[in-house]
Design a protein around this ligand. Structure first.
Ligand SMILES: CC(C)(COP(=O)(O)OP(=O)(O)OC[C@H]1O[C@@H](n2cnc3c(N)ncnc32)[C@H](O)[C@@H]1OP(=O)(O)O)[C@@H](O)C(=O)NCCC(=O)NCCS
Length: 176
């Protein structure tokens, strides 16, 4: 069974279904968003990602969300937590993308606060990472606002990336 939607201001976070594929496709291929996420992707790839996230939820009890506008039901963002392989380690990654019409209004930060709370207080994770390309200052600002700590730099897909991490103890200290 799908998890209950999580209310977030005038939006809600839901586990995506295939019905959200066109909206997510539009977001991820937006000309202001796609370059930050490694380029455009096909509708088939978006459907596959949704199915993979649904399986992730079945296996791990958590998965990324799509953000739906309560008034229009349109996809205005996505993000959350997922297990990944990073630099030879299994890590849980926090990631996010927001429709440009909503940039600068705190949506990525508030989604991330919910994700960290779920990850640390419900799932019981011990640490969560995030990473972004060096020029992505908006994403780095979100991570700084969350209290994520710079851990180093690495190369991915031929591009320099910045890695940040927050542990459960650090999260609890900043949210106390
Ligand atoms: C990164 C992204 C998710 C941020 O979403 P958002 O909802 O606008 O984020 P928030 O409003 O919560 O916070 C953004 C912060 O970055 C700041 N910011 C925005 N552009 C910036 C820039 N060029 N340089 C420095 N800071 C910047 C904002 O001022 C804000 O900080 P503030 O609250 O201290 O003023 C959004 O820009 C996006 O979807 N970008 C394309 C996809 C992407 O880059 N995803 C991350 C991949 S790692």
């Amino acid at each position: 069974m799908d998890p209950e939607p999580i209310e977030l201001g005038d939006c809600r976070l839901v586990l995506a279904t295939e019905a959200h594929a066109p909206g997510l496709f539009g977001l991820l291929n937006d000309e202001a968003v796609a370059p930050w996420l490694g380029g455009t992707r096909s509708l088939e790839a978006v459907v596959a990602a949704i199915l993979a996230e649904r399986e992730h939820f079945e296996v791990h009890g958590f998965a990324p969300w799509v953000v739906l506008d309560d008034a229009t039901d349109q996809v205005v963002g996505r993000g959350g937590l997922r297990w990944i392989e990073l630099l030879g380690n299994r890590e849980v990654e926090l990631f996010y993308a927001v429709a440009p019409s909503r940039w600068g209004r705190g949506l990525a930060t508030s989604l991330s606060h919910v994700a960290l709370h779920v990850g640390f207080e419900s799932v019981g994770l011990e640490s969560i990472v995030a990473f972004t390309t060096e020029p992505n200052l908006a994403s780095q600002r979100v991570q700084a606002k969350l209290g994520m700590v710079h851990e180093g730099s690495f190369e991915r897909a031929g591009l320099p990336h910045v890695l940040t991490r927050i542990t459960r103890d650090q999260y609890r200290a900043t949210s106390a």
